[in-house]
Design a protein around this ligand. Sequence first.
Ligand code: PAF
Length: 270
Amino acid sequence: MKSLLGPIKLEQQRIALVPTMGALHKGHVSLVKMAQQQAEVVVCSIFVNPTQFTDPKDLEKYPRPFEHDMKMLEEAGCHVVFMPSVTEMYPTPEEWHIDLGPAEFLLEGEFRKGHYQGVTQIVKKLFDAVSPDVAFFGQKDFQQVLMIKNMVAWFKLPVQIVSCPIIREDDGLAMSSRNIHLTASDRENALVLSRALNYVKDNFSALSIPELIENAKALINATPGVALDYFSIANGKTLLPEEDKSHQDIVVLVAAKVGETRLIDNMILR
Ligand code: PAF
């Protein structure tokens, strides 16, 4: 990466990085397209990062459709694909701990202990390899973007972080590499997640926050095959439950197991 991108840097061309774990879908393509608007050279990394998986079975079954991914990136006009091996990124086991702030331990952090330490560890390594001017992440993992921004602030890294809107299927399901694991009935049941988020958005001015949460949870809990992990109306910076509806930074976040597949989704209200 350094010898390939060095001359580009010398020519003062901007480099964008789109970090992914592969199994690409239209959401990733939208990141590549946004990256093209802000940089001359777009690098996409594909690396299924073992240190961010809390369940070894989840790591094992993570989809790796290499040829499909390469075709999608070529069609999207991505310039460089970086696909390192696990031993290249982790020649020896590495301890990693940085202070990502208290929000690390909430929501996803409660259900996937150490997950964001693994995410930030690999993102730091990718930033070291590519030295991008700007990096693009999907808003679908809202907490991930927040954690990466905290890491960038912690290390004072010279990279701009851009969060890109969630891309949804026509029926509202947020696109995810994990959707491939949904059975036909899971796929149908999974729609309750975006429905519950929309319910909160549509009734935000009429109902109180506790009422909104209670009704949205009831909607999800009434759906067969869906086991809710959390549904939170939170402060977009701290991720703590938000009680003040007039606060200027509010996000609704949900995570649930649909059949055997764990899905997350969110909606920024303000
Ligand atoms: O969002 C993802 O796909 C991953 O968490 C990331 C940012 C590529 C790090 O492995």
